[in-house]
Design a protein around this ligand. Structure first.
Ligand code: MN
Length: 191
């Protein structure tokens, strides 16, 4: 969380500053669409009391043939899963955020999820409003202690009964919480 806090001025950004309590129930996941310098999806899984986070330029795909690049970003506080709004221009990550999907997950890895991620491969079952079924995150490169190489991972749908379908168009996609598009949130439209 140190990196998360250092990157942000909480007197300027509406993003949460952290410190929330972990959920006693099943761990959660969230997928946000973030219209920043580049339009991308942010995929976040609860583990060790924080949201482990990856920036996924093309977004998750329900097609097991699609291997989606996922670049790790700093851990985010749990309450970030509810964040939707506009980060002011000039601030870290400045731009519009919507919550595209949210739900809970079951860990399918042999080890606890945080440990599986440290080892570079985690498998989990998503029960979201939009995403369903098994997915895997696998480290492609980087992550060696002392190695300066930027980490890169792949997010891939597992071949199961929930496979099939493509990827959302991020400009048309609607928030699972409010039904708003990025454009509507950016213009400050509220129901
Ligand atoms: Mn982002």
């Amino acid at each position: 969380m140190t990196r998360y806090k250092h990157k942000r001025d909480f007197t300027r950004t509406p993003e949460p500053s952290g410190g929330g309590e972990p959920d006693a129930e099943r761990p959660c996941f969230v997928v946000q669409i973030h219209d920043a310098t580049s339009l991308h999806f942010d995929f976040r899984l609860e583990a060790d009391g924080v949201l482990k986070s990856w920036s996924v330029p093309k977004g998750p795909s329900a097609d097991p043939k699609d291997k989606r690049l996922a670049m790790p970003t700093e851990d985010h506080p749990l309450e970030y899963r509810e964040f939707e709004g506009v980060i002011p221009e000039g601030e870290y990550g400045g731009g519009t955020v919507i919550v595209w999907d949210e739900g809970t997950y079951r860990n399918l890895s042999d080890a606890p999820l945080a440990e599986a991620l440290r080892d570079g491969h985690a498998s989990f079952w998503l029960d979201g409003r939009k995403l369903h079924g098994g997915y895997a995150l696998t480290r492609l490169r980087g992550g060696r202690p002392g190695g300066g190489e930027r980490e890169a991972w792949l997010l891939v749908k597992r071949a199961d009964e929930r496979a099939g379908g493509g990827t959302p168009d991020p400009r048309r996609a609607r928030s699972v919480r409010t039904g708003h598009t990025l454009g509507q949130v950016a213009r400050g439209e509220r129901q």
